[in-house]
Design a protein around this ligand. Structure first.
Ligand SMILES: [Mn+2]
Length: 333
């Protein structure tokens, strides 16, 4: 696959690198890593993201390469620029968000570079996917490191290290393979400072986020003999804490800190009154089955759904559905 990708990149000069909307550490790290490699090859890469980079990723863009998509201004003619378009860390064109219409309009050959387990990508002339990889940055490293030789430029090493820690939760998740640990070790040998990267990526919260988390955790419901830890956040809670949607990141899995909890849940009411459910399972319980009953989906251990209001009705429905699934999967009577 990497040889095919190398051939694809060699055939073009102006290469547009993009990632899914609401760019994350892996997508951005992989874009920056690949941009370094393409410049090494003498290419002219550009990186355009939508919307703007979250604050915790800005330090990675040491060269000022990342452009924020501006449909009517700077990027009105973007469809005409590239000779090749690469979508990184996603394999569904609609995940480009506001850039999707430009993707549809361009005459350039379009490709995806991704590691997610999904159905075969559609809407691309070329596909470069490897579901065995932990992160898109891992694919970029496997492509670039042997061809560039080590050490990599410092900001490229930082970007690819961030790819790894973003998708492995700083090497905590089950996808933290021996291979990505070795890659992390090599990047540290090349000068990456792991404590600095961790702090820049993960220790960037705001007071409003901690206020919201405090409120949610104080009121957590423990159901099913402590096997279900359930957090509920209303639009009024969000407003009282001055919190934004970003402040909900990683809140859903906090109940899994408890020894007894098998399933963690977060029910969230947006300011428009839409209700979103997220469920996480430690191992034994299939939360995807629960979310499917509400018309949602995801994976066995991480899934989500949208529900109709009002909030208290949705909450009762979720509680009943999760308790039924706990009985089924934990063989409780
Ligand atoms: Mn990824």
């Amino acid at each position: 696959m990497l040889d095919r990708l190398q051939t694809f990149l060699e055939q073009h000069t102006r290469i547009l690198l993009t990632t899914h909307e609401n760019p994350d550490g892996d997508g951005v790290g992989a874009c920056l890593g690949l941009a370094h490699y393409l410049r090494f090859l003498g290419k002219e890469p550009r990186i355009v993201v939508s919307p703007a980079l979250p604050g915790n990723l800005r330090w990675l863009d040491t060269e000022g390469w990342i452009e924020t998509f501006d449909a009517t201004g700077a990027h009105a003619e973007l469809a005409l620029w590239p000779e090749a378009w690469l979508l990184i860390d996603a394999s569904e064109p609609h995940r480009l968000g506001t850039m999707h219409s430009v993707f549809e309009a361009t005459k350039a050959p379009r490709a995806c570079l991704d590691h997610h387990l999904k159905e075969a990508p559609q809407g691309f002339e070329f596909e470069f996917t490897n579901p065995a990889a932990t992160a898109s940055g891992e694919l970029v490293y496997d492509l670039a490191a042997p061809r560039m030789g080590l050490p990599l430029p410092p900001s490229m090493a930082d970007a690819l290290y961030v790819s790894l820690i973003a998708d492995t939760g700083n090497f905590r998740f089950s996808n933290s393979t021996a291979k990505v640990h070795r890659m992390g070790a090599q990047l540290i040998e090349q000068g990456v400072l792991p404590a600095r990267a961790y702090q820049q990526i993960f220790l960037q919260d705001t007071p409003s986020k901690l206020k919201l988390w405090g409120r949610a955790l104080e009121r957590m419901k423990l159901l099913g003999d402590g096997a279900f830890g359930f957090l509920v956040i209303s639009a009024a809670d969000m407003q009282a804490c001055g919190a934004t949607h970003e402040d909900l990141d990683e809140l859903v899995q906090q109940p899994t800190r408890l020894a007894t909890v098998e399933v963690a849940g977060l029910l969230y009411e947006s300011s428009e009154g839409r209700i979103k459910l997220s469920l996480r399972s430690k191992e034994a319980v299939d939360v995807n089955a629960v979310c499917k009953t509400f018309g949602g989906g995801g994976h066995r251990l991480a899934s989500g759904a949208k529900l109709d209001g009002p909030l208290d009705v949705a909450q009762a429905q979720v509680e009943a559905a999760v308790l039924a699934q706990l009985e089924k999967d934990l063989s409780r009577v």
